[in-house]
Design a protein around this ligand. Structure first.
Ligand code: F6P
Length: 324
């Protein structure tokens, strides 16, 4: 039976550009003659029946806003069979035939199971600042997050330079080092430490030694929060054991990286992906994530998007050391 009404929700960690994706889904669906409902707080709101019909005006003036007007949540209930049955009942009550899920791998894992159990069609739009999903060159929010981090580090460089300080800057990425790699390179970091590779802290210390000999004016180390070294404070302890003359400061950038107005890149990406998700549902696709590879829209089964690992440019981290 042809789809008549779709539900859309945002789930997991919010990411700048989720609102732009929502706007695109709603307006593309309406343009195609479909009805749309917004589901609040991700799977939690689905289970609780927090669902409201949306029209084109409901998503006015949000393309530039960070966060998500639908709110987001990480749902424990949806991980249970009972929770998913409750969600299905609410979707039926609201005459929703298919879903667009804007989120990351946890969100898509739930959607995959939902189809297997109830044959309910879901199309995924990748929204996470981590950019850690296989099947797309970029996830929505990554570009904004790295630009936020870089502009913060630029400010830190000023004070690092003024006081000849060593700054250890921790960026987000529990399991992924892509934010650290790109912000580290763009900020002229001397060392970049990421979860994907066992951290060579000796190399980092050697690098600091060399920077002394080279009379570097200031030093920046970027570490991803999930790095096996234990994070920025642990690295500081390590450095203090060997070097006594560095004035070391730690900055944890934290959730500042998740907020703010999406960049042009994220708005365009979100708009393209939201539209493509609606087209795919209309064409009968399900259990897939829409992404772009080399600027072309591609569809990747949830199975692959969540189980395969994105190739990350490990050599870029090395490049940072060479150039610092
Ligand atoms: O997945 C996005 C992300 O920002 C990660 O980089 C980070 O580890 C995590 O979310 C933090 O999640 P929360 O805001 O729930 O603590």
């Amino acid at each position: 039976m042809a789809i008549q009404k779709i539900g859309v929700f945002t789930s997991g960690g919010d990411a700048p550009g989720m609102n732009a994706a929502l706007r695109s889904v709603v307006r593309s669906a309406i343009h195609s003659g479909l009805q749309v409902a917004g589901i609040m707080r991700g799977y939690e709101g689905m289970i609780d029946g927090e669902i409201k019909d949306l029209d084109a005006r409901s998503v006015g003036n949000i393309i530039q806003r960070g966060g998500t007007i639908l709110k987001s949540a990480r749902s424990e209930q949806f991980k249970t069979v009972e929770g998913r049955v409750k969600a299905l009942e609410q979707l039926k009550k609201n005459n929703i035939d298919a879903l667009v899920a804007i989120g990351g791998d946890g969100t898509f894992t739930g959607s995959k199971i939902f189809y297997e159990e109830h044959q309910f069609s879901v199309l995924g739009v990748p929204g996470t600042i981590d950019n850690d999903l296989y099947g797309t060159d970029y996830t929505i929010g990554f570009d904004t997050a790295i630009n936020t981090a870089v502009s913060a580090i630029d400010k830190i460089r000023d004070t690092a330079m003024a006081h000849d300080r060593l700054f250890i800057i921790e960026v987000m990425g529990r399991d992924s080092g892509l934010i650290a790699i790109e912000t580290g390179i763009a900020s002229g970091a001397g060392s970049i430490l990421i979860p994907e590779i066992e951290s060579d802290t000796q190399a980092m210390l050697d690098n600091l030694q060399k920077s002394l000999a080279a009379k570097k004016l200031f030093r920046i180390i970027v570490v991803a929060e999930g790095d096996d070294s234990g994070g920025a404070y642990k690295i500081r302890e390590l450095i203090e054991q060997q070097f006594h003359h560095f004035d070391i400061k730690v900055t944890i950038l934290g959730h500042i990286q998740r907020g703010g107005n999406p960049t042009c890149h994220d708005r365009v990406l979100a708009t393209r992906l939201g539209h493509a998700a609606v087209q795919a549902l209309k064409a009968g696709k399900h259990s897939m994530m829409v992404g772009t590879i080399n600027h072309q829209v591609v569809y990747t089964p949830f199975e692959e998007a969540i189980s395969k690992t994105k190739t990350i440019p490990l050599d870029w981290a090395e490049l940072a050391t060479v150039l610092s």
